[in-house]
Design a protein around this ligand. Structure first.
Ligand code: AMP
Length: 217
């Protein structure tokens, strides 16, 4: 199974990717996490990408494509993969098609997770995540068991700098303007599946698995 999760910031892409990748036994490829790792390591790509990430803007396509191409060409994607946060605009979607053609693969589905704006703002204002495994917690609705520690690996949870309210608003605008057109793009290709992203984590996972089960591979 090869598929993409699309949705506004805070839709639950990161949470669902971790769960789905375990359930389906395929790697998940989170561009945001890969970029944040490059920023943390201080690589030239990370230094350049950070200028855009801090402002909630999209990182230029050429930088993101470098990361995606090398990740998709790694040996563990033969049985499938889950792309989280990529593509994020129509030109990245076209570049993805080219890369997949080159490695003789194609997408089976694109899942659009739909969540209303007010719910997104509420979620992001209380979100913390584990820098080690990527699990995401909502301090109000889905708190970790231990005080500020990841339930899975005990790493101290971190708040993302780009979850600051002024940056969140820009990320939502960027999503509407640049990423949302992908919904029509993939609808036109017969790949789009819409999922209601409101509800418990398990409920949303079940909805996605239900839709994927009905998807021919
Ligand atoms: P995310 O963790 O998916 O919310 O991504 C965090 C930030 O990383 C975004 O606001 C962008 O600045 C950058 N980013 C992640 N994925 C992409 C992408 N496919 N294209 C451009 N920028 C990206």
């Amino acid at each position: 199974m090869r598929f993409v999760l699309i949705g506004p910031p805070g839709a639950g892409k990161g949470t669902q990717s971790v769960l789905l990748s375990e359930y389906l036994g395929i790697p998940h490829i989170p561009t945001g996490d890969l970029l944040r790792a490059a920023v943390k390591d201080g690589t030239p790509l990370g230094v350049e990408a950070n200028k855009y990430m801090e402002a909630g803007e999209l990182v230029p396509d050429d930088l993101v494509l470098k990361i995606i191409r090398s990740r998709l060409e790694a040996g563990d994607t033969g049985n499938g993969f889950l792309l989280d946060g990529f593509p994020r605009n129509p030109s990245q979607a076209e570049a993805l098609e080219t890369i997949l053609d080159e490695i003789r693969q194609s997408l089976d589905a694109v899942i659009a997770i739909e969540v209303p704006d007010q719910e997104i703002i509420d979620r992001l204002s209380s979100r913390a995540s584990c820098p080690t495994c990527g699990r995401v917690y909502g301090i109000r609705k889905m708190p970790p068991t231990g005080d500020g520690l990841c339930d899975f690996d005990d790493t101290p949870l971190e708040r993302r700098e780009d979850d600051a309210p002024e940056v969140v608003q820009n990320r939502l605008n960027v999503y509407r303007e640049q990423t949302e057109p992908l919904i029509a793009y993939y609808e036109g290709r017969g790949l789009l599946r819409r999922i209601d992203g409101v509800g418990g984590t398990d409920q949303v996972t079940k909805r996605i698995v239900g839709v994927l089960d009905g998807t021919p591979v």
